[in-house]
Design a binder for this molecule. Structure first.
Ligand SMILES: Cc1ncc(COP(=O)(O)O)c(C=O)c1O
Length: 292
């Protein structure tokens, strides 16, 4: 039985009770964050907490993120994940439980803060080297997907459509632009230039995306942040995705058509290596850091 965190308490998951009046349940009125841990060491914890804090502020949910670092570290320990190669914490904060209204509760209520930790698996090197495929699916999300809200229905439907089309993942398309994946940011290499959508209200500003941009700059890989048109995809030398549990994930086929020569490209491989090195550095830096 996993140990979870709910409103100030650590307790077995089956003892965690959330009101049916919770606005997360009734209205998707909340935000979430997923932070990766490698052998118990958090990766980019500050960036994840900052994004969470910004989301809460935008949604006008009065809930400080102070203390959530310790909560996450303790969840990793309580669940015996300190040696797991790859694990994560999930935090969800909703506006709280109150009689259902389409506006904020009239009488102030406490936010609901729920968190858990679990292991996740990287694809094997053989699986990664084969690359992954996507199906293009219309992007039916709202106009503030830069906020990491728990309202993920369009992402769920898109991902399901992609799976039913026989692909590994979805590529969301709006007005002829390949925006991002259902749970990852999207990248292409065109004439040796690395391209990804700029940070607007149309994409989630991925933490992994930010790390990869920094790595590319430091490695001298030319980068352009601009929308990628679907009609350009046939000319892409490489395509890949980035995300917390996807890391750097090669994409070798779109709607059944191979990308480039259909094999994982050199820039994708290079960025994946650099990303892994960054993870190793974070693990080393964390070694000896006292845990909660
Ligand atoms: C729609 C979407 N884009 C991109 C990402 C990648 O963000 P990150 O690198 O912070 O995991 C996510 C992660 O959940 C996502 O849901």
């Amino acid at each position: 039985m996993s140990i979870v965190y709910l409103n100030g308490q650590f307790l077995p998951k089956d003892e965690a009770k959330i009101s049916p009046d919770d606005r997360g349940f009734l209205l998707a009125d909340g935000v979430y964050e997923v932070t990766p841990f490698y052998e118990g060491a958090p990766f980019c914890l500050d960036r994840h907490l900052t994004r969470l804090e910004q989301g809460l502020s935008w949604m006008r949910i009065q809930q400080p993120v102070d203390g959530l670092e310790d909560v996450q570290r303790r969840l990793i320990l309580e669940n015996g994940l300190e040696s797991a190669a790859t694990s994560l914490t999930y935090i969800q904060i909703t506006r709280g439980a109150a009689p259902r209204t389409h506006y904020f509760p009239v009488d102030p209520v406490e936010a609901t803060v729920y968190a858990y930790a679990k292991a996740w698996d990287r694809p094997s090197p053989e699986r990664w080297s084969k690359g992954f495929t996507v199906a293009t699916v219309p992007d039916q999300r709202w106009s503030r997907v830069d906020v990491k809200t728990i309202c993920l229905l369009p992402n769920v439907l898109a991902f399901q459509d992609a799976i039913e089309a026989g692909a590994d993942d979805a590529l969301l398309v709006r007005d002829g632009v390949a925006i991002e994946g259902a749970h990852m940011n999207f990248w292409g290499v065109f004439d040796g230039v690395l391209v990804t959508h700029p940070t607007t209200n149309q994409i989630l500003p991925g933490i992994t995306r930010g790390v990869v941009l920094d790595l590319a700059a430091a490695d001298g890989i030319p980068v352009e942040q601009r929308p990628i048109q679907v009609e350009e995809l046939g000319a892409a030398e490489e395509l890949f995705f980035t995300g917390t549990t996807g890391e750097v994930r090669p994409c070798v086929g779109v709607d059944g058509t191979p990308v480039g020569d259909g094999r994982v490209g050199t820039i994708t491989k290079r960025l994946s290596q650099l990303f892994r090195a960054e993870v190793e550095a974070a693990k080393e830096a964390a070694a000896g850091t006292p845990v909660a």
